[in-house]
Design a protein around this ligand. Structure first.
Ligand code: GTP
Length: 598
């Protein structure tokens, strides 16, 4: 199709502002969905995504639309993931577009994620136009939100579309706006091929499926292609588009969006941001913006039943096939036995992987508290990447430890600013900016150690602001810091899986709080259980779980057998997630107790 009749656009929104619902409406309105499919949120593919209501993978759908000007258009809707862990994928998806719909919940207004994404879109010269969604809600205040968008983001809202994705209001206005406001793509169809990968995933029948935006030239079946960052060469087996079902096409040319299948075996070989060119007659240089994404948060995953080690490894390998950002390597813990140290982009990414392992692969896990990656310089001048407390050398061998910092923007209503500032200070933050966005909304920008964020920052933030704060962050740099290893001893033995890296000034407090929390989580057992926290050889806190065999049925009086059975079942279920460590049984909660410490 003529480039003039193509529109590539994205929807950007804060989480829950209605992006997926609106995308479904657009699919419906252009006849892309069958009746049966209308019931589901089509773009959110995985069961897990639907359940949690978040979008993990970006996707692209081709919609055929006859506009009011009587012409036929192809609208490529490129979906973006809506969470801070996936910022890089969002940036690549946006760079495949010429325009973006900015969906703002008309009852809630502009949130942190709205801003982060909208700035990214503006940086990439996208035409951004606002859609005020959820106008059906009694609490919707489109006029107030319209002003807020103008004031905060600085874009014209005079022709913002008022919509309700839920009730199907404003949908045709949105389609018309896409045609009239989003610029048509450019690019020379006869130039050497440059196509940007903005998503890729593994399919067990076809191998890796690449989603791409062709920027220059064209690609078709049989072409020999080369991926410029990884250097791999392949023969194209199929090109096409999702409309929304996969449909093969003769070729994809400059300006178009679609899929390429080329016998690639693992997603690692088709990285997001890489450029596809032809093996013979290649482009001079790759498209700008390619970045390697690196895991920033690590956690140990151990099978509860050590016989499931192989099953866990197989499951991790399968997940990795589809997720180049996730890493794992074998790890051996004295306490937990054989397991894996896994790397994730962030906390959400971690939760998703853990949940998929248990749900889809049926492996029961004990997970250790998340940690960030530290850069350690030893006295011998070696530079180590430390991903767990156990990898930290003894104090006398450490010259310098550096920890990752992030730049966090927090949006809060006025009344909570004080509480948020206190929290940031407590978390070792350095203030960068405090700005009134409107009379009642404040943006607080802090440099914060990622270490503090992975612990409980987000939960604390939500609770002190009664859920009104929104948070977005980006990685800044590594900074020297006074960090120490905090050990936990159970009946005198160090349990390696419980060791932590903490800031020296907080070690005392964290140690004390940690042992008292663990006491709550460790059930009474036949022997007394002593819990100690120590830095080096110095014990800084202690608590004891008294010996007592807990008979949960003691309080049921005779006769009530169903009640008794229920209690026993409950006890059994609670037991499942226990791991025998020496003579003591530790529940999963004990391993994550640090997350409950302020
Ligand atoms: P993420 O995928 O998590 O980024 O969320 P999203 O922005 O895609 O939001 P989603 O479409 O999942 O909608 C979030 C919630 O808002 C759902 O419960 C929707 O049913 C609801 N919702 C979406 N649009 C409207 C609307 O126009 N009116 C009302 N009342 N509710 C809506």
């Amino acid at each position: 199709m003529n480039q003039k009749n193509i529109r590539n656009f994205s929807i950007i929104a804060h989480i829950d502002h209605g992006k997926s619902t609106l995308a479904d409406r657009l699919l419906e309105a252009t006849g892309a969905l069958s009746d049966r499919e209308k019931s589901d949120q089509y773009l959110d593919k995985m069961e897990l995504e639907r359940e949690r209501g978040i979008t993990i993978k970006s996707q692209a759908v081709r919609l055929n639309y006859k506009a009011k000007d009587g012409l036929d258009y192809i609208l490529n809707l490129i979906d973006t993931p809506g969470h801070v862990d996936f910022t890089y994928e969002v940036s690549r998806s946006l760079s495949a577009c010429e325009g973006a719909l900015l969906v703002v919940d008309a009852a809630q207004g502009v949130e942190a994620q709205t801003l982060a994404n909208v700035y990214m879109a503006i940086d990439q010269d996208l035409e951004v136009f606002p859609v005020l969604n959820k106008i059906d809600l009694p609490s919707a205040e489109p006029e107030r939100v319209r002003e807020e968008v103008e004031e905060i983001i600085g874009i014209d809202t005079s022709d913002a579309v008022l919509a309700s994705a839920k009730e199907g209001i404003g949908i045709s206005d949105i389609l018309e706006a896409v045609v009239n406001r989003v610029p048509a793509p450019g690019g020379d169809v006869d130039a050497p091929l440059q196509a940007m990968i903005f998503d890729s995933w593994y399919d067990s029948y076809q191998g890796v499926i690449i989603l791409t935006r062709v920027v220059e030239g064209s690609v078709k079946k049989g072409d020999k292609i080369k991926l410029m960052a990884t250097g791999g060469t392949y023969e194209v087996q199929k090109v096409g588009a999702f409309s929304p079902h996969p449909t093969e096409l003769p070729k994809l040319a400059a300006g178009e969006v679609g899929f390429v299948i080329a016998g690639i075996k693992v997603v690692e070989d088709a990285k997001v941001g890489d450029t596809i060119t032809h093996q013979h007659a290649p482009a001079e240089k790759p498209l700008p913006g390619f970045q390697e994404v690196k895991p920033m948060v690590f956690s140990g995953l151990y099978p509860i039943d050590s016989g499931e080690y192989d099953a866990l490894r197989d499951a991790l390998e399968k997940l990795r096939l589809n997720d180049a950002a996730f890493s794992f390597e074998p790890e051996n813990s004295l306490a937990l036995g054989f397991g894996f140290r896994c790397g994730f982009l962030g906390l959400l990414h971690m939760e998703i992987i853990q949940e998929r392992l248990e749900r889809e692969f049926n492996v029961e896990l004990i997970t250790t508290a998340p940690t960030v990656v530290y850069k350690v310089t030893t006295t011998k001048g070696e530079l180590l990447q430390v991903e767990s407390a156990n990898m930290l050398p003894e104090v006398q061998f450490i010259e310098k430890i550096e920890e990752p910092f992030v730049l966090a923007s927090i949006h809060v209503p006025n009344e909570f600013v004080g509480a948020v500032l206190n929290l940031c200070i407590e978390k070792r933050g350095v203030q960068r900016e405090l700005k009134y966005l409107t009379a009642n909304r404040v943006m607080v920008v802090y440099e914060l150690p990622l270490n503090e964020i992975v612990l409980d920052f987000f939960d604390r933030l939500k609770s002190i602001t009664r859920g009104y704060a929104s948070l977005d962050y980006e990685h800044l740099d590594f900074r020297p810091s006074k960090l120490v290893r905090l050990n936990v001893l159970i009946n005198g033995d160090v349990v390696d899986a419980l060791s932590l890296i903490v800031h020296m000034d907080k070690a005392q407090f964290r140690g004390r709080e940690l042992v008292s929390k663990m006491k709550e989580f460790i059930p009474r057992q036949q022997y007394e259980v002593a819990i100690q926290a120590a830095i080096g050889n110095k014990v800084i806190a202690r608590s004891t779980v008294k010996a007592l065999r807990k008979d949960v049925t003691a309080k049921c009086y005779g006769g009530d057998i169903t009640r008794k059975r229920k209690l026993l079942e409950k006890q059994k279920a609670g037991k499942k997630r226990m791991k025998q460590v020496g003579s003591v049984e530790l529940p999963q909660d004990a391993f994550l107790a640090i997350l409950k410490v302020k």
